[in-house]
Design a protein around this ligand. Structure first.
Ligand code: 6PG
Length: 244
């Protein structure tokens, strides 16, 4: 696990963009493609805009990039809460990823059907391999310790076989569709991107507190044969005792 802290959100997003670029270049050179699972929420917005900017757009082999999502709110694709909508507006509408290489999580029909369909999309890209292996998974951290849509005290935290699962959030009265921990942990590289004072306490609990993944699901994320990066700004890292 690598924990790196940056003075502010701009420097943090630049570092994240440089890591994304490095991993994309390596993956395409070695395997001819770069498979990515994007996160939702607001944290990746600045990174997405930076990757779509003149500074980075021409540096990344977009035609060989294959885009999935780590999770999605079960809302129509044009809903302001949609993770796919945010990614399109900030990144995908501005870079030349072939449209058949962009795989939004379905949000029509039932959550169970959507999860199954998404599993089929993954299987089609990984040619029925036993477990898809993403080159790059981008994750955020919720103030309650969730990541993707792996929320505290939910059944999906115990899922060891399925790649994708529906989750019903009582508090929000909302369904989510999420990749499961075994799938996320099979990635070659996982990057958490965490900004702001509001995450300082939960970040300390996740990184430096006792292991309690049912309450802090982000603690489930530990790629067995991959790199794990926590990229933080100083505000988010202000509660850390042991990490720089
Ligand atoms: C989502 C995300 C979720 C997010 C965290 C952090 O769909 O909301 O995938 O896991 O990464 O909630 O959200 P912020 O970046 O908005 O703080």
């Amino acid at each position: 696990m690598t924990v790196q802290t940056y003075p502010d959100p701009v420097k943090l997003s630049e570092a994240a963009a440089l890591l994304f670029k490095r991993k994309a270049t390596e993956a395409v050179k070695k395997r001819g493609r770069f498979t990515v699972a994007l996160s939702g929420g607001s944290s990746p917005q600045r990174l997405s805009e930076l990757l779509a900017s003149d500074r980075f757009r021409s540096e990344i082999p977009w035609k060989d990039v294959i885009i999935f999502w780590g999770d999605e709110r079960f809302v129509p694709p044009d809903d302001p809460q949609s993770n796919a909508r945010m990614a399109r507006e900030c990144l995908l509408d501005h870079v030349p990823v072939p449209s058949d290489q962009i795989h939004p999580i379905p949000t029509g029909g039932s959550p169970e059907t959507a999860a199954k369909q998404y599993g089929d999309s993954l299987a089609s890209v990984w040619n029925q391999s036993p477990l898809p292996r993403f080159d790059f998974v981008l994750l955020g951290l919720g103030e309650n310790g969730h990541t993707a849509s792996l929320f505290p005290e939910t059944e999906v935290l115990n899922e060891q076989k399925k790649w994708v699962a529906p989750v019903f959030l009582e508090e929000q009265q909302q369904y989510r569709i999420t990749l499961t921990a075994p799938l996320l942990n099979n990635a070659r590289c996982v990057m958490f991107l965490v900004f702001g004072h509001s995450k300082a306490q939960v970040l300390h609990n996740v990184l430096e507190g006792p292991s309690q993944p049912s309450k802090l699901p982000a603690q489930l994320i530990d790629p067995a044969a991959g790199k794990l990066y926590w990229l933080l700004d100083e505000a988010a890292a202000s509660g850390l005792v042991h990490h720089n």
